[in-house]
Ligand binder design. Structure first.
Ligand SMILES: Cc1cc2nc3c(=O)[nH]c(=O)nc-3n(C[C@H](O)[C@H](O)[C@H](O)COP(=O)(O)OP(=O)(O)OC[C@H]3O[C@@H](n4cnc5c(N)ncnc54)[C@H](O)[C@@H]3O)c2cc1C
Length: 519
């Protein structure tokens, strides 16, 4: 019997894992419902610069994460960065260049220029290439328009997943010797987000229900410069490296309010930018559509070709010329930094279950360094694929179980709208006890009603509510501000700890775990 690896997700983590698992000789089934956030990856961290090294990337990542990162995972990421040039060559691709030199951008918070791109837009280029390679393998099969709704456990081991096929309208069970969760982040739960509609809280809820330990769920990174106008561009972000090219932020009076934050102005980490923008908007200094003004008029003309052209084109298509006109932008939920805990081989705490990419927690700490998410998909995707393939058990096929989905109750849509508002209020850029408590109570009440497991919309909403309840509770437990977790009612805390949660005896058991100091 050939060992089978089931991969849940269709982003870069998933396809990277699939390629490695296929290389190891496993049968691989990849179930996905879209490409997630991966097609938006413009560029990612490398250590290609002459003045750069894995050690510098390691230090920058820890500094950005306020030391809340899991140092083991950061070491793997930094070491993995050194292998990326060979990997890109192996895929038959090359980094984008300026003349003879690889074009490198300096992300906010990094000590050197190190963000590189492949084929203009790295995400789509890498996805396309990986899909081409996998399509040629008889070991690889893909299930499109398919969502996992729960994991199957036998004697404490994950042995498959229950999937919902949106095309046929049927649920069915699929067995596997190892399952890799690569379902991405959960920022889509917020009403103002940069992330696409196929993302959800499914991955977090599935892992939690299976008994896996999760961590850092209070850390949600907001993208400072997401469009609030026009509606067609809502949630679409503008890259913050433009601030190194002369772009600035202004309030409705035309003032550069970021200078109040310090002499670096807009050239600060994303959490600091988001916070000052949110305060300016809440304080009445915002633009007509609830944002602030992004003024790119001082960006030199030649910069608009190449790296930044896509942003200019996007606004141009809706009649706004960024070279001469300001855009209206506001913070939007962008990356969830917490998630499923993994070890150095991407194993979760449940045998048979592996995880990689944005669904995991611990790597980025309290704040993600720009460009590290793309690198994470490549480094940890490969690791998860290798580990799962090496450790996949022989699992006998599950008995054929197919069941038609039921649809129809109008409540989920109404409940979802109310839920989004509660989540945004409780888990926004600035948090406080009162709003967090209110959010938790509201969600617990919502979860008190029965959800029909035969209705995919209800199942997904239930998963999203479970995910949000865990995140709101974690945010409530961390009473001090830390990185992108900013509290209006912050208290002093000398402790360095990680909040973890695991389902035990049907209840969420939250624990504070001391963080090991990195050596
Ligand atoms: C607008 C934007 C721009 C970004 N730009 C950059 C950048 O330039 N550089 C950088 O480093 N990072 C960037 N990021 C972050 C980066 O895109 C993500 O962190 C990364 O793509 C995550 O990859 P992933 O494979 O883990 O998840 P995703 O790419 O999000 O993929 C998740 C997959 O899981 C699937 N899925 C979800 N639920 C289920 C389910 N229940 N069953 C089956 N499948 C499911 C989804 O359909 C999707 O296929 C950006 C993010 C956004 C939103």
């Amino acid at each position: 019997m050939r060992r089978r690896v089931l991969i849940l997700g269709g982003g870069l983590s998933a396809y990277t894992a699939a390629r490695e698992a296929v290389k190891s000789g496993c049968e691989v089934i990849l179930a996905q419902d879209g490409a997630g956030a991966s097609p938006f990856i413009h560029a990612f961290c490398t250590v290609l610069g002459e003045d750069d090294s894995a050690a510098f990337l390691y230090e920058d990542t820890l500094r950005s994460g306020c030391g809340q990162n899991d140092p083991t995972l950061v070491k793997i990421l930094a070491a993995g960065a050194e292998t990326i040039p060979a990997y890109i060559r192996e895929l038959g691709l090359d980094f984008d260049r300026e003349g003879d030199r690889i074009r490198l951008i300096r992300p906010l918070g990094a000590s050197v220029a190190r963000v590189a791109s492949v084929g203009g837009q790295s995400g789509p280029t890498l996805l396309k290439r990986l899909k081409e390679i996998l399509a040629a393998s008889p070991l690889f099969r893909e299930r499109k328009n398919t969502r996992a709704v729960s994991l199957i456990l036998q004697n404490g081991r994950v042995t498959g997943a229950r999937l919902y096929d949106r095309e046929t309208g049927f649920f069915y069970d699929l067995s596997a010797g190892a399952v890799i969760l690569a379902t991405g982040g959960w920022c889509r739960l917020f009403p103002q987000t940069t992330t696409p509609a196929d993302l959800s809280g499914d991955g977090i809820a599935l892992a939690y229900q299976a008994g896996a330990r999760l961590c850092d769920l209070e850390f949600v990174q907001f993208e400072p410069c997401a469009a609030v106008f026009p509606e067609a561009l809502r949630g679409k972000s503008v890259i913050t490296t433009l601030f190194y090219e002369g772009a600035v932020l202004r309030n409705k009076a035309g003032e550069r309010f970021m200078l109040k934050a310090g002499i670096e102005g807009e050239k600060v980490q994303k959490d600091v930018l988001s916070l000052w923008m949110a305060r300016e908007i809440d304080g009445g200094g915002g633009s007509p559509h609830g944002g602030v003004y992004l003024d790119c008029t001082a960006v030199p003309a030649e910069k608009w070709s190449g790296v930044y052209e896509a942003y200019w084109q996007r606004y141009r298509a809706v009649g706004i010329d960024l070279k001469t006109t300001c855009a209206e932008v506001a913070p939007a939920a962008h990356t969830s930094l917490g998630g499923v805990m993994i070890d150095e081989a991407c194993r979760t705490t449940v045998p048979g279950l592996y995880a990689c990419g944005e669904v995991t927690g611990g790597l980025h700490g309290a704040n993600r360094l720009g460009g590290n998410a793309g690198l994470e998909t490549l480094v940890f995707g490969a690791l998860a694929g290798k580990s799962a393939a090496a450790e996949a058990a022989d699992v006998p096929p599950l008995p054929e179980r197919r069941a038609p989905a039921q649809h129809g109750r109008p409540e989920p849509a109404l409940l979802r709208e109310a839920f989004g508002k509660k989540l945004a209020l409780g888990l926004g850029v600035e948090r406080c006890e009162e709003r967090l408590r209110e959010g938790v109570a509201w969600i617990e009440n919502a979860l008190g009603s029965p959800f029909d497991p035969a209705c995919p919309e209800e199942k997904r909403l239930e998963n999203d509510l479970i995910c949000a309840r865990l995140a709101l509770t974690a945010a409530r437990m961390r009473r001090e501000s830390c990185g992108c977790h900013v509290r209006l009612d912050s208290v002093e805390s000398p402790e360095k700890y990680r909040i973890t949660v695991q389902k035990q005896n049907g209840k969420a058991l939250f624990e504070k775990k001391t963080i090991e100091v990195s050596k």
